[in-house]
Design a protein around this ligand. Structure first.
Ligand code: M6R
Length: 611
C-alpha cells in the first residue's frame, strides 16, 4: 500500500525516482508526487497514475540530486492533488512521504490546530509532518531529533521519508510496520518500499527494521534506533534480476505471471522434491520437524488469495498429517484474543510478507509463545524475518495486483510440507507418499499443457463478459478454488461473483439461478465427482448457465455444461493447482474484453500494509 522511493547521490534524482514510482505503482495508484531538494524544495504532485504526474511536470525545473517520491493508495482523504504526497510542512521547508496509517492523528491534529496550524490536506501524513516541524522549532533541534521525539508519540504504522531545506543532500527515513529497503551505491543511496526500483543500480541492500531511523547522504548511511543508539547496517545481496520485474513481451504482468507458472512451480519444487530418492528437503521444516510433527493444532493465518491457499492446506494437512487445522482471517484473528496453547503451530501465508493484518496477528501469537512458520514469497520481507522458520514459495516478484503465480507457489510449498510432515509422522504411508511426490513433480508440465492453447477460455470470456453476476461452486479440494475463482473475477472485471461449497448452494444461493446466471463449476474427477454431477444437474434443471472446469477425457460434465475448460488429470489433492489456472485466465480475458486495467484494478493495492 503506497510506494515510496528516494534517491541522493551524483545522478539527477527525478528520473531515478520517477522510474522507481512506475515500478512501485502496483502498490497504489490514486495519486503520485515528488519532492526535489536542490538548495530549495520543489514539490510536484498529481491525482491519478504516475504517467499523469510525468505529463504534469513537463517544462518544470526538475534539477536536483536529492529527491523523494510517492505513489498513493488513499486512506485518509479522497484521491486528489491536495491529498497526494509529498506533503510540505507549514513553513514549506520540509517535505514528507508516508506509507501507513497514523492511528492517533486526530488528537495530534487537534493539538496543532489549537496552536494555530492550518491543514491543506485531509491526511494523517500532514499531521505527523507538522507535529515534527513543531517539535523541531520549539526544541530548536535537528530534524532527526524532532522525528525521534515525534515517533515516540505515534500509534500506527509508517514508513516515512523526509527532506529538509536545512539539511542538503540528506534523506531521513523511519519505519514501523511498513517496508523500507536502502540500496547502497558508490557515492549514492536509493530508498524504496521494495527492491524493484533499486536492482538496476545496485544489488547491495539493507532492510531497515521497525523502530529504526536512517540518515542517508550520498556517501553515508547511519542507522539508529529510537533511543539514538547507532545500529550496524546488515548489508545483503539481492538475488533478483531486472528481467523478473519487466513484462517480457506480454501485454500485462498478470498474463505474464499466469504463463510463468510452469516455471515458478518447478522452481519451487526444484532441489526440494527429490522423487528418485524419496526425499523432500526443506530446511525450515527439517530444522523444526519435531515441533511440526508433534503439533497439537495448526492455525493457518492469511488474507485474500493467501487465505484460500490456507483453506486448501487445511484439507491437505488434515488428510495427510492428521493434525487438526484452523484457518483464520488474519484481521479477525489479531483482534479476537484467540486461545493459543503450547504445541500450537501458527502458519502464516503471504505473498508480500508485508500484509499488516497478518504481520500483527503473528506478532500477537509470537508474544503468546506460539511457534511461527512463514510461507512467504517476498524474500527478506517482514513476515519472513519475524517467523521462527519458513519456506519461500520462490514465485519471483509478482507485480500484477491479482495474485496468480504466488498462489500456485504457495500450494506447491504447502503440499510439500503436508507430504513431508505426514510421512515423518507416519500418518502417510510410503507408497502414497511416493505416489504424491511423483504427481507433484508432474504438475509444472501439466500447467504448461493448459497454457498451450487458451483460445477456448478467451472465447468463453467474450461470451459471458456482460453478465452481471457469477456463481462459483466446488466441493472438497476444489471448494477453495471456487472461492479463488470468484475473487479473481471480482478484482479484475468488477463483476459480482460469489464462491460457495457446491452442496451449500441449496441452502440459499440457488434462489439466484435463472437463465442469465453463469455458474462456474470446478468439477474435476475426484472423490466428490458424482456429487458435483448432481449439483450441475440441479443448476441445469433451473435453466442456469454452466461453465465447467473438467478433467480431460471426461464425457459426463461436458455433456451437461454449456462451456468447458479442460485440465489434465491429477490426484485430487494436487488437482486444484491445475484447476485454478483456467479460472485465472477467464478473469483475465473478461477484464481485457471489458477494456479494464487488469494489472491495476480500481481501489486495490498489491501489498496491503494498512489494516
Ligand atoms: O501479500 P499477501 O499474500 O499477504 O496478500 C493478501 C491479499 O491482500 C492478496 O492475496 C489479495 O487478496 C490479492 N489481491 C488477491 O489477488
Amino acid at each position: 500500500m503506497c510506494g515510496i522511493v528516494g534517491y541522493t547521490g551524483h545522478r539527477q534524482a527525478y528520473p531515478v525516482v520517477l522510474k522507481g514510482l512506475k515500478r512501485l505503482e502496483y502498490r497504489g495508484y490514486d495519486s503520485s508526487g515528488v519532492a526535489l531538494l536542490n538548495g530549495d524544495l520543489k514539490v510536484y504532485k498529481k491525482k491519478g497514475k504516475v504517467s499523469e504526474l510525468e505529463e504534469a511536470v513537463i517544462g518544470q525545473d526538475l534539477q536536483a540530486n536529492t529527491g523523494i517520491g510517492h505513489t498513493r493508495w488513499a486512506t485518509h482523504g479522497e484521491p486528489s492533488d491536495r491529498n497526494a504526497h509529498p506533503h510540505q510542512s507549514a513553513s514549506g521547508t520540509i517535505a514528507m512521504i508516508h506509507n501507513g496509517i497514523i492511528e492517533n492523528y486526530a488528537s495530534i491534529k487537534h493539538e496543532l490546530q489549537n496552536k494555530g496550524y492550518v491543514f491543506k490536506s485531509d491526511t494523517d501524513t500532514e499531521v505527523l509532518l507538522n507535529f515534527i516541524e513543531d517539535i523541531k522549532r520549539n526544541n530548536n533541534s535537528s530534524l532527526e531529533e524532532a522525528l525521534r521525539i515525534a515517533l515516540r508519540r505515534i500509534v500506527g504504522a509508517y514508513c516515512i521519508l523526509l527532506v529538509d531545506i536545512d539539511e542538503p543532500e540528506t534523506i531521513i527515513a523511519a519505519r514501523k510496520g511498513s517496508p523500507l529497503v536502502i540500496g547502497i551505491g558508490k557515492g549514492e543511496h536509493f530508498l524504496a518500499s521494495d527492491a524493484s526500483p533499486i536492482i538496476e543500480y545496485t544489488k547491495e541492500v539493507v532492510y531497515v527494521n521497525d523502530y529504526e531511523i536512517a540518515i542517508i547522504k550520498p556517501d553515508e548511511l547511519v542507522l539508529k534506533n529510537l533511543g539514538n543508539e547507532k545500529q550496524t547496517p546488515f548489508i545483503q545481496k539481492l538475488d533478483l534480476e531486472l528481467a523478473a520485474i519487466e513484462k517480457g513481451g506480454y501485454e500485462h504482468f498478470m498474463l505474464k505471471e499466469i504463463h510463468e507458472q510452469p516455471d515458478t512451480i518447478y522452481d519451487c519444487l526444484r532441489g526440494r522434491l527429490l522423487h528418485e530418492s524419496g526425499s523432500i528437503t526443506m530446511s525450515g521444516v527439517d530444522n523444526h520437524l519435531e515441533a511440526l510433527t508433534s503439533a497439537n493444532r495448526m492455525v493457518l493465518v492469511a488474507c485474500g488469495t493467501s487465505w484460500h491457499a490456507a483453506l486448501l492446506a487445511e484439507y491437505m494437512f488434515e488428510e495427510l498429517c492428521r493434525i487438526p487445522v484452523e484457518v483464520e482471517y488474519a484481521s479477525e484473528f489479531r483482534y479476537r484474543n484467540p486461545v493459543i496453547n503450547r504445541g500450537d503451530v501458527i502458519i502464516a501465508i503471504s505473498q508480500s510478507g508485508e500484509t499488516a493484518d497478518t504481520l500483527v496477528a503473528l506478532e500477537n501469537a509470537r508474544e503468546k509463545g506460539a511457534f511461527i512458520f512463514g510461507v512467504v514469497n517476498a524474500v527478506g520481507s517482514s513476515i519472513a524475518r519475524m517467523s521462527h522458520a519458513g519456506a519461500y514459495s520462490h514465485a519471483g516478484p509478482e507485480i500484477g495486483v491479482a495474485s496468480t503465480k504466488a498462489f500456485t507457489g504457495q500450494l506447491a510449498v504447502l503440499a510439500m510440507m503436508a507430504l513431508k510432515i505426514g510421512y515423518a509422522k507416519g500418518s502417510l504411508n510410503e507408497s502414497r507418499y511416493l505416489q504424491l511426490m511423483k504427481e507433484l513433480e508432474a504438475i509444472p508440465e501439466k500447467v504448461r499443457e493448459i497454457l498451450q492453447d487458451t483460445s477456448n477460455i478467451r472465447a468463453i470470456a467474450e461470451k459471458y463478459k456482460d453478465a452481471s453476476d457469477f456463481l462459483y461452486l466446488g466441493r472438497g479440494y476444489n471448494f477453495p478454488i471456487a472461492l479463488e475463482g470468484a475473487l479473481k473475477l471480482k478484482e479484475i472485471s468488477y463483476i459480482h461473483a460469489e464462491g460457495y461449497p457446491a452442496a451449500e448452494m441449496k441452502h440459499g444461493p440457488i434462489a439466484l439461478v435463472d437463465e442469465t446466471l453463469p455458474v462456474v463449476f470446478v468439477a474435476t474427477k475426484d472423490s466428490y465427482y458424482e456429487k458435483i454431477v448432481s449439483n450441475v444437474q440441479e443448476i441445469k434443471a433451473r435453466k442456469g448457465i454452466v461453465i465447467a472446469v473438467a478433467t480431460e477425457g471426461d464425457s459426463v460434465i461436458p455433456g451437461m455444461a454449456d462451456d468447458v475448460m479442460y485440465v489434465p488429470d491429477a490426484d485430487e489433492i494436487l488437482a486444484p493447482i491445475l484447476s485454478v489456472v483456467p479460472l485465472q485466465l477467464l478473469s483475465y480475458y473478461i477484464g481485457i474484453a471489458k477494456g479494464l486495467d487488469v494489472d491495476k484494478p480500481r481501489n486495490l493495492a498489491k501489498s496491503v500494509t494498512v489494516e
